[in-house]
Design a protein around this ligand. Sequence first.
Ligand code: IMP
Ligand code: MG
Length: 186
Amino acid sequence: MQNYQDILAEILIEADVLQIRVAELGAQISADYQGEDLLLICILRGGVPFMVDLSRNITVPHMMDFMAVSSYGVGRRESSGSARVSLDLTMDIRDRNVVLVEDIVDSGHTIAAVLQMLGTRQPKTLKVCALLDKPERREAHVPVDYLGFTIPNKFVFGYGLDLDEYYRNLPFVGVVDLDKYNQKPA
Ligand code: IMP
Ligand code: MG
């Protein structure tokens, strides 16, 4: 696998800028859930770094759970109209305040499917917290209650977002140079 320096077109969001925004989101969630019980649900795998940092900035007591969703699509870099839960929660969300934590809302199909499924389990409240939003690509209307950054229609990686499962560890969000990236597109 190539080093990230060889496929990076530009850094879109620097690490310190990400951390400042994540701290702001944590403060906002802490204020909104003061005196309330809270459950953060991380959408694997892209939501992991974001949820860990967000959680450390949330001052109200809260729990965490995890779920994974696979989308069926033409290419691995796009999701199609349908999404399937491939790993379900271990906790019962009934009567709980739930915040879904996701790396990016792109077409919106993933979050739409998760919201629909979790909605049937009768949580007390159900909100979405996404680090990134690419509104130009939206196909399914989904509410994003807490948002880090709106970004242009470019393929990005780092801070949870992957390129063929690599580079999720990078502390910044970068734009990939698709001419230099050697992996075959799906
Ligand atoms: P949606 O269902 O189209 O909203 O897709 C959301 C999922 O697609 C995200 O959870 C990401 O895993 C993936 N995704 C969308 N855009 C990007 C990107 O620019 N880089 C990496 N992953 C992306
Ligand atoms: Mg992904």
